[in-house]
Design a protein around this ligand. Structure first.
Ligand SMILES: NC(=O)c1ccc[n+]([C@@H]2O[C@H](COP(=O)([O-])OP(=O)(O)OC[C@H]3O[C@@H](n4cnc5c(N)ncnc54)[C@H](O)[C@@H]3O)[C@@H](O)[C@H]2O)c1
Length: 326
């Protein structure tokens, strides 16, 4: 390492990472040639440590991001050897002793002394980006603008528009997204099947499932508090069983890994409109019952969306609004 290389440390819980942390991290990164970021997490904390470590790695690609998941005391009064324990733990995980410690908390002073480093205070009054992890945890939706894009999918409320074909799912998805100024996840089945003229065979199911997962993951960072999804993988399992009598096990496992805060189950009380990607004109009612049975058997939250187009929209808006604290 060249003699004049500047090395620094930022320590944090990042519970969750917010734009105040990013200001501190960007400040430290600009100061240093080599920046170490230690993400200190406890198993009992409300957001899993591996997620926070992953987020900071994504946010700070130029830094060396280290996960410290040891059960260390959190405040000096908690343990007589508090500072020894922290010094030992940090020196064990850091590749070298840093020259600078960056923090907005006054404990940064002592921490720097313990490591033989110099303390660099950064915005101790937190006026540059006035936010704290505590406020975000209390009401993440209210403080949405302070959440980095990579963190937003974790907090976004997910609503799935769910139901048989030709019941207005795509229109409702689009209208809800516009109403709540947020992003909509498109139905990948339509994209895939339209591209091949509407023909479908069992091998298409896995492509559709992968596409749906990819569409939701790629859209989620754009969510503004809410993510409106036109269908989900559970619906793919119903389609697969209805058309081909079976469904690949991995799709069901992947479906189970995604939780939705609400399903809007679209009723079949609107006229059927044919197009190139419609498959079961005679079976809309039976398909609707299959959808409802699945939601019931899994205990998923849902409301039935029926009536005129206007009534459907109003019901959906009401149900979605009720998900957020007033
Ligand atoms: N309290 C102490 O005396 C002390 C001493 C040594 C170690 N620790 C440990 O350090 C770890 C990290 O603690 P933490 O609570 O500081 O983590 P944190 O994630 O809350 O904060 C990380 C860093 O970001 C800064 N920060 C937070 N909001 C900011 C904003 N809006 N603008 C600019 N900077 C902002 C903090 O001051 C801190 O320097 C914990 O495990 C803690 O136990 C604490």
């Amino acid at each position: 390492m060249p003699e004049n290389t500047k090395t620094g440390l930022v320590l944090g819980k990042f519970l969750p990472p917010h734009l105040g942390h990013l200001y501190l991290l960007d400040f430290a990164q600009s100061w240093c040639d080599r920046l170490f970021v230690v993400v200190g997490t406890l198993a009992s904390e409300p957001i899993p440590g591996h997620l926070r470590h992953g987020w900071i790695k994504q946010l700070m690609p130029g830094a060396e991001v280290i996960h410290l998941d040891r059960e260390l005391p959190q405040y000096p009064h908690e343990h007589p050897r508090f500072w020894d324990l922290w010094r030992e733990a940090l020196l064990e995980v850091l590749p070298i002793s840093p020259q600078f410690v960056f923090a907005s908390e006054t404990y940064g002073h002592r921490l720097a002394d313990e490591l033989g480093a110099r303390y660099v205070p950064v915005d101790p009054d937190r006026t540059t980006v006035p936010i704290s992890g505590t406020s975000i945890r209390a009401d993440p939706w209210r403080h949405w603008k302070y959440l980095p894009r990579v963190v937003r999918p974790y907090f976004a409320k997910r609503v799935c528009v769910f139901g048989p074909e030709s019941t207005g799912k795509s229109t409702l998805t689009r209208d809800l997204a516009a109403h709540f100024h947020t992003a909509a996840v498109p139905e990948y089945a339509r994209t895939h099947l339209e591209a091949q003229g509407g023909a479908i065979e069992s091998a298409d199911i896995e492509i559709i499932a992968r596409g749906q997962i990819a569409a939701e993951r790629a859209t989620a960072p754009n969510a503004n508090r809410l993510l409106v999804c036109d269908t989900n993988l559970w619906l793919t399992t119903i389609w697969s069983r209805t058309l081909f009598g079976d469904c690949p096990a991995w799709i069901e496992e992947a479906a189970a890994a995604h939780a939705y805060d609400l399903h809007l189950l679209t009723d079949v009380d609107v006229p059927y409109v044919d197009d190139s990607v419609r498959y079961l004109p005679e079976e809309r009612r039976a398909f609707f019952e299959r959808c409802r049975d699945l939601l019931e058997s899994k205990g998923f939250p849902y409301v039935v969306i029926s009536g005129s187009w206007e009534e459907r929209f109003q019901k959906a808006v009401e149900a979605v609004t009720s998900l957020f604290p007033s």
